[in-house]
Ligand binder design. Structure first.
Ligand SMILES: [Zn+2]
Length: 64
């Protein structure tokens, strides 16, 4: 077999389990689609807040 199937196909979404907290709404975060930077743990956002942030970003509303 030419392929190394050890870790799936290399394009799988790898979820990182952990015990974090959203910096905005304080919701518990147990799973992230990326490996959080230890230095940015205090800036983590849960899924909802992250989506809101992206939404407000794309609508280009002023920051306040
Ligand atoms: Zn949140």
């Amino acid at each position: 077999m030419p392929y190394n199937n050890d870790d799936g196909r290399g394009f799988d979404r790898k979820m990182h389990q952990g015990d974090w907290k959203c910096s905005k709404c304080s919701a518990a975060i147990t799973e992230l689609p990326f490996e959080p930077d230890p230095e940015r743990l205090s800036q983590l956002l849960c899924r909802d807040c992250h989506r809101q942030k992206r939404a407000s970003f794309t609508t280009r509303r002023p920051y306040r």
